[in-house]
Design a protein around this ligand. Structure first.
Ligand SMILES: [Zn+2]
Ligand SMILES: [Zn+2]
Length: 319
């Protein structure tokens, strides 16, 4: 080594040393649009060579539905750990859980009672997963009101079509991507299409847009929308003693198809005449995002509502 080589060699060693002592995990995974926190963590675990079930121990958590629980509440110490090892900002991490969503009562429950007719915690669209470069689970698939894919028009699924078990990537012990069933290894991208009749898809889309609008304007917390939606099984006249979040996706699709044949009075009656009017407007238009954008713009111009940044961010992420 010549004297002139010295500084460059010293710098090279320094770079490698920083790599060795860095807190960062080797593989960095960027969260996708509308991605569940749990889905991102599963992809992070896989990219770094750890099966999800073992990754629970890396975070100091017990294995039972560990990542699904993080979707509802991300403890500060876990957030700091993820920040230190991935570089993802604490601010970004803080908005990924669905803790403060005004639509939280409509989330499918975290449970596993083994009954085919009961809800599971997560749904998926096989075609969305197939389209993804790195398949991931969407936040909107956690909501009981969502029964069809807004992009592909097919019905969502809440179980593996091969072994009928719920979607449980947190239980995965093999080092495989999360779109392979943890129970039997079936590739969920190959699940057959579920047909949902067009009127039910339209109603599904309208309900989704009404929820977005009322979350943005703040009327969701004052009005009766959430309870109306939880009572959909009774309104449909199929499962009079059940509430929406307790039913499987197939049962909720049946409810939507039945309701789509009926007058929309069950949804448009509200103490607030403006709220009721907006719901009728969206239902008659078939529900679409541009209409909502127009209404929100008008509201802002009239100064009727102050729109907190945090609430808008949560709403965008939940729909
Ligand atoms: Zn889809
Ligand atoms: Zn399976």
């Amino acid at each position: 080594m010549t004297k002139a080589d010295g500084p460059s060699v010293a710098i090279g060693i320094g770079e490698r040393y920083r790599d060795v002592v860095s807190d960062r995990w080797p593989a960095i995974v960027v969260p996708q649009h509308d991605e569940l926190l749990s889905s991102w963590v599963h992809r992070l675990a896989y990219a770094n060579g750890v099966a999800p079930r073992s990754f629970a121990r890396v975070l100091g958590l017990s294995p039972r539905m560990w990542s699904a629980s993080l979707d509802l509440r991300l403890p500060a110490d876990i957030a700091r750990l993820l920040h230190a090892h991935t570089g993802l900002s604490l601010r970004k991490l803080s908005v990924m859980p669905m803790t403060s969503s005004p639509l939280r009562p409509l989330l499918l429950p975290l449970r596993s009672d083994g009954h085919r007719g009961s809800s599971t915690w997560l749904q998926f669209c096989p075609r969305c997963l197939a389209d993804d470069a790195q398949p991931y689970f969407r936040r909107r698939w956690r909501f009981a009101t969502q029964v069809s894919c807004l992009i592909h028009g097919c019905g969502l699924r809440d179980r593996c079509p091969s072994c009928a078990s719920r979607i449980a990537p947190f239980d995965q012990v093999e080092l495989v991507p999360q779109h392979f069933c943890a129970g039997c290894g079936f590739d969920l991208r190959r699940a057959p299409n579920t047909v949902v009749r067009a009127p039910a898809r339209r109603l599904d889309r309208c309900i989704n847009d009404i929820c977005r609008l009322e979350a943005i304007t703040g009327s969701l917390t004052r009005g009766n929308l959430v309870q109306r939606l939880l009572d959909i099984p009774a309104a449909a006249g199929i499962y009079p003693t059940s509430n929406l979040i307790s039913l499987s996706t197939a049962a909720r699709i049946r409810c939507m198809e039945r309701l789509a044949e009926q007058p929309v009075g069950w949804l448009t009656i509200d103490d607030d005449v403006v709220v009721a009017y907006r719901r009728r407007l969206i239902l008659s238009a078939g529900g679409h995002a541009p209409l909502i954008a127009l209404i929100v713009t008008k509201l802002e111009r009239r100064g009727q509502r102050h729109l907190p940044t945090k609430r808008v961010a949560n709403t965008d992420a939940c729909t």
